[in-house]
Write a protein that binds this ligand. Structure first.
Ligand SMILES: Cc1cc2nc3c(=O)[nH]c(=O)nc-3n(C[C@H](O)[C@H](O)[C@H](O)COP(=O)(O)OP(=O)(O)OC[C@H]3O[C@@H](n4cnc5c(N)ncnc54)[C@H](O)[C@@H]3O)c2cc1C
Length: 579
């Protein structure tokens, strides 16, 4: 039993929701410019989803391939994003990527080094050069550890175990947020002059996902949509070609792209290296959407393995090389009784990343709602219709730094009178109206299955409409059994908040996927298999002033001359190097 009213109030200049790489890097930048902030996170400080990233982080350092430069990195990113990316965001991130990685190295991130002591770089799919810096196959963990220890040394506060579930506004502007404290079992009203959403993505709304089950459920989407912010590219969800196929609790977990980057081959159950047919030049290192669709087709044609996947084989490489370059993968499979230096592993596609999110201004991360900012996987713009592997970590660092700086420069302290009795009343009314059911977990599972079946790798109108129908029926069922949250335990309230996020994110993916009548990048429509020039536009969704769903489109901006030159030059990796 929990009282549905605000028990505690906390004042903070800038509230950052999320302590992954994006949130923590933003906090460090704000601190540098003397703006105080507080991070809040659902898990413990240091245990954000960022730690799942294994393969690496992109920056055109040219440690091994000296011809590489930021323009070619940007060209690769735009090509992989099928030109739905915001070219300005792409150019900014690629330009400042080398600086961001070197800074992290200086702060103690233990990057793998070459014999000449430069940061080592590996191949990653669909990139023109070896550009992906790495810390074995635990790059995300090493990066977050480095950022968290930096933040701790600067005494930046982080409150963990807190679920932010509503953004508070007064006179059209953000004035704080409402949170549920799991340990104390009460509600907190954070009063703040500005809120930064760094709460990650929505890749976990699918049954098979490389995300941890209770993360990436679309918190950012619910928070921003209900605050009135515009969301962009919601239909663009990346399916990674290689997820695990067994045992049950491991299904969907990522087998890093680095296994193919380091030389792994894909075989079907007949022993055919099928990527030589689907993509004769790039083979296993083609873009993620191409490889994922090829595997899905092989499985559909009956060429799959007994676990419903295909084989990924790196046994032709030396065992010591595999252990040194892919230690996490090697040890994970070994613990499950498979020595990947001696036998092939089985893999199948899994939902991996959400390219959609809040639409923000490149300069500052500002959304269209005054006082509300966003950064990291929470935003759209960098990846367009498909994300280039290794580009998400670098986005969190570069934009965390530059958005933090800009937020600090334009920061306006809100007088307390703007954030007093009225807002508290509004917060309590909101709490009293939240309802929840006794078995949110069951509904979440049903929706994840529905999304996998109806809005997955291969989409078409009939599937998507069926998905929406089933979702509407589930919404009615949830409403029918819901009761006031005062009758539920803290755990159940927490899970019901997850359910709200999953419902809304799924609905927005289904509606936008239905609206986009073409195939582009990760969005493949069997009924509209071609990429159409007329559809080179972003779909935006938001809640209109009347509280109803709104949809509009916009054209991505122009590409700069420098990047256009790189696009025309058509650099490409010499694929024979990978044999
Ligand atoms: C298995 C896997 C491997 C990957 N490998 C790579 C890779 O090799 N290279 C690469 O570039 N990218 C990779 N990615 C993607 C990359 O890891 C993420 O996109 C990136 O780390 C996101 O960072 P973030 O800070 O935006 O969000 P996250 O790290 O997801 O952090 C979100 C934070 O928000 C908090 N939060 C969420 N909701 C709430 C709420 N309602 N209230 C309070 N707090 C909340 C969470 O607790 C967490 O602290 C990988 C992703 C996965 C799943």
């Amino acid at each position: 039993m929990i009282l549905p009213e605000v028990i505690r109030e906390e004042k903070v200049d800038v509230l950052i929701i999320g302590a992954g790489a994006a949130g923590v890097r933003t906090a460090i930048a704000l601190h540098h410019y003397n703006i105080s902030c507080k991070l809040v996170t659902k898990r413990e400080f240091g245990d954000a989803h960022t730690i799942m990233a294994s393969g690496g982080i992109n920056a055109s350092l040219g440690s091994l391939d000296q011809e590489d430069n930021w323009g070619i990195h940007a060209a690769d990113t735009l090509r992989e994003g099928h030109f739905l990316n915001d070219p300005k965001i792409v150019e900014h991130v690629c330009k400042f990527a080398p600086e961001a990685v070197k800074e992290l190295d200086k702060w103690g991130c233990p990057f793998n080094k070459t014999d000449a002591n430069s940061i080592n770089q590996r191949f990653f799919g669909a990139q023109s050069f070896r550009r992906t810096c790495f810390v074995g196959d635990r790059t995300g963990k090493a990066i977050l550890d480095t950022l968290v220890s930096k933040a701790k040394s600067l005494k930046i506060p982080c409150q963990d175990g807190v679920y932010i579930f509503h953004i508070l506004k007064a006179k059209g502007r953000v004035v704080g947020a409402l949170g549920l404290d799991k340990k104390k079992g009460d509600f907190i009203h954070f009063k703040s002059s500005c809120v930064v959403l760094a709460a990650g993505g929505y890749a976990s709304i699918y049954e098979r996902s490389s995300s941890r089950k209770d993360e990436n459920l679309g918190d950012t989407i619910h928070l921003s949509y209900h605050a009135g912010a515009k969301l962009m590219d919601m239909e663009m969800v990346q399916f990674h070609p290689t997820g695990m196929t067994a045992p049950e609790s491991y299904i969907g977990k990522l087998v890093t792209e680095a296994v193919r980057g380091e030389g792994g081959f894909l075989f079907n159950n007949n022993g055919d290296r099928f990527m030589t047919e689907y993509s004769p030049e790039k083979k296993e290192l083609d873009a993620r959407d191409e490889v994922a669709r090829a595997i899905a087709k092989e499985i559909e044609m009956g060429n799959g393995t007994e676990e419903g996947g295909v084989y990924l084989d790196i046994t032709h490489k030396d065992a010591d090389f595999i252990k040194a370059r892919l230690p996490k993968m090697y040890n994970r499979f070994l613990a499950l009784g498979v020595d990947m230096s001696k036998e092939a592993i089985q893999v199948a596609p899994t939902c991996h990343y959400s390219m959609g999110g809040a639409e923000v201004d490149l300069q500052s991360g500002a959304t269209n709602v005054p006082g509300l900012f966003a950064v990291g996987e929470a935003i759209s713009g960098m990846h367009g219709a498909n994300r280039l592997g290794g580009n998400s970590l670098i986005e969190t660092l570069v934009l965390g730094n530059s958005f933090g700086q800009k937020i600090a420069e334009t920061f306006e302290f809100l007088e307390d009178k703007e954030n007093t009795g009225e807002v508290k009343k509004q917060a309590n009314e909101y709490l009293q109206n939240i309802i929840g059911c006794e078995d949110p977990g069951v509904f979440i599972q049903k929706i994840k299955k529905l999304m996998w079946n109806h809005a997955g790798i291969i989409r078409k109108e009939t599937y998507l409409r069926k998905g929406l129908e089933e979702l509407e029926a589930l919404k009615a069922e949830i409403k029918g059994c819901a009761k006031p949250i005062s009758k539920l335990s803290v755990d159940l309230i927490w899970q019901n908040l997850d359910l709200r996020n999953v419902v809304l994110s799924s609905e927005l993916v289904l509606k936008t996927a239905l609206y986009r009548k073409e195939s582009r990048g990760a969005h493949y429509r069997e009924d509209y298999p071609r990429t159409e020039e007329d559809w080179k536009k972003n779909i935006l969704v938001y809640m209109g002033k009347d509280g109803r769903f709104q949809l509009e489109t916009k054209l991505p901006g122009p590409v700069s001359e420098e990047v256009e030159k790189a696009l025309q030059s058509n650099y490409s990796l010499s694929y024979h190097q990978l044999e």
